[in-house]
Ligand binder design. Sequence first.
Ligand SMILES: Nc1ncnc2c1ncn2[C@@H]1O[C@H](COP(=O)(O)OP(=O)(O)OP(=O)(O)O)[C@@H](O)[C@H]1O
Ligand SMILES: [Mg+2]
Length: 346
Amino acid sequence: MNRPVELGKDDVPGTGIESDTPPGLSAETQRQAEIARAALTALRGEVAKTVVGQDSVVTGLVIALLCRGHVLLEGVPGTAKTLLIKTLSRALDLDFKRVQFTPDLMPGDVTGSLVYDNRTAEFEFREGPVFTNLLLADEINRTPPKTQASLLEAMEERQVSVEGSARPLPDPFVVCATQNPIEYEGTYPLPEAQLDRFLVKLTVPVPTRDEEIAMLQRHAAGFDPRDLSEVQAVAGASELAAGRAAVRSVHLDPKVAAYVVDLCRATRQSPSLQLGVSPRGATALLATSRAWAWLSGRDYVTPDDVKALARPTLRHRVQLRPEAELEGATADGVLEGILAHVPAPR
Ligand SMILES: Nc1ncnc2c1ncn2[C@@H]1O[C@H](COP(=O)(O)OP(=O)(O)OP(=O)(O)O)[C@@H](O)[C@H]1O
Ligand SMILES: [Mg+2]
């Protein structure tokens, strides 16, 4: 049986990785890519200044930023989802905004609206919080579908249309939407079809006993989660762009491409699922696996990269059959079974 591969601290080598220059990349591009990898690896250390543990969530966020993909963060209350994103945005020299999604939030509160200017006697567009690089959409399932739809549309199109004219959003534009898996009352679950728009769904676990003790010790020593002044900006848009360019040159063996497809096809045939992964999901798994390969210091994707990213990239793109759900099946459990059965290339 295949051992489940986890994203974790120890999997990302430091910066002293020796890698051959991939064909087609100039020495200068290669040097920039190495600097970018070092900076993005250092992000982890900065986040660790405030958040204890949660390494695989941080890695997942960095992968999403490299792929310019949006993230769904799910975890029970009080597991540092908000603190994590706030810290990450400080450690990245990017523009950051946060919107608390409440039941009375209007679409215009997210995307912006036309405002009458008395002096000029004209309507002017006032940009909403989506005009940023990193948007924390906190508790996205607390707002009604109309407002959710305005955000999802901006995510997909990377622009906001007002009165017939399109306004492009900044680049990068990445949304981290948080949701709490246990509160169903007064919430509006995201439509299944819209979930495909999130590149990854990261689950934020409750910390281990040791991590929780370490957290309490920090608090006892005077740590204040509202004061993030110790966190330094260690990477920014240029490192992300250099990283993205390098990820594009990560080699994909046809056998690994076939493996990605076989995994996705297996979800479509699984008796526990009523909806399997779409071809869009397959491209997403390829993208995240490549980004992870590059972050790990390689210029080729391995089946283990694919295994490591399969659950975060696919878990929100499959739908359990009601019978399977009643029997206690979970998307992660079904995916794990598929990873164990679909033969991986050597
Ligand atoms: N892993 C952790 N490391 C450090 N502090 C933590 C950790 N987990 C929780 N905390 C503490 O718990 C507090 C609550 O975190 P935060 O508000 O970010 O949680 P949340 O997951 O966003 O919760 P909610 O779902 O209610 O919005 C943090 O300010 C921090 O003090
Ligand atoms: Mg929160």
